[in-house]
Design a protein. Structure first.
Length: 257
């Protein structure tokens, strides 16, 4: 890895201590859709949509949306975030490298020493979510929201946990809260669409948010396009009740989600 890449990663880590790193979320949640040596696409040659597992109820996979949702936070904790940044970066690298046990210990240590930061708690929650330890995941994510109620990543992840616990309306509330905070949050649109179609049987809700998700991608996913066509056949049109994102303007190379 080049020095410039390392420095960029560290800067990202410092910023992300407050909102939960978009990069970590991407790597960790994308890992939920990875099997064997096939990579993120789910097939050796990309033949299987990377969203297929999500459609059947899996956790959020990777997305090629270029928008990274920002998270408002208290500027008073900026110095703490900078101080914790190098250790947080190491925890992210450990998690991305596949050592979730070690990463969990590192995030727990950060959470205990920097209780003003929500990022470590969200990552603790994501690790427990991947392990299907839903009670522990919920506890960590609710703690993250106590620290920073406007963290859209925490709301999205808590929505996933609540869905797995069968609390579909509460899950919807957290996805929708994430989208109020950032209408261009692609994964929250996707998760709300999946919830609408598979769990709430609300086909208009699913159609609205699959369309929004698709508009936020750099390249259209054909499976999602097919689902949209299917939903258009089965669901009557209704005016959306939730903010729906337009395709964002092109971003710099450093802003890849």
């Amino acid at each position: 890895m080049s020095t410039s890449s390392t420095n960029h990663g560290l800067k990202t880590a410092v910023r992300s201590l407050l909102p939960l790193a978009a990069m970590v979320t991407m790597l960790w949640l994308a890992g939920c859709a990875t099997t064997g040596q096939t990579g993120l696409e789910g097939g050796a040659h990309g033949a299987t949509s990377k969203y297929a597992e999500q459609k059947s109820g899996g956790a959020a996979a990777d997305s090629d949306a270029i928008h990274i949702p920002p998270v408002p936070h208290d500027p008073k904790v900026e110095k703490l975030a900078a101080k914790a940044g190098p250790e947080y970066a190491r925890a992210m690298q450990t998690l991305a490298g596949g050592d979730a046990d070690k990463a969990l210990v590192m995030f727990q240590s950060l959470a205990s020493r920097y209780p003003q930061l929500s990022g470590p708690q969200v990552n603790i929650g994501l690790i427990h979510l991947q392990r299907k330890e839903f009670d522990q995941a919920r506890t960590a994510l609710e703690k993250a929201l106590e620290i920073n109620e406007v963290n859209p990543y925490a709301h999205n992840a808590l929505g996933l946990v609540l869905r797995e616990q069968g609390q579909f309306q509460q899950a919807r509330q957290h996805y929708e809260r994430a989208l109020v905070l950032d209408p261009q949050y692609a994964r929250a649109h996707f998760n709300l669409a999946v919830l609408g179609e598979l769990y709430l049987q609300d086909l208009n809700l699913a159609l609205t948010h699959f369309r929004a998700y698709q508009r936020l991608q750099k390249e259209e996913d054909q499976n999602v396009a097919n689902w949209i066509v299917d939903l258009e056949r089965r669901a009557p049109e209704k005016a959306p009740s939730q903010p729906v994102a337009d395709r964002p303007a092109p971003a710099s190379n450093s802003e890849v989600n």
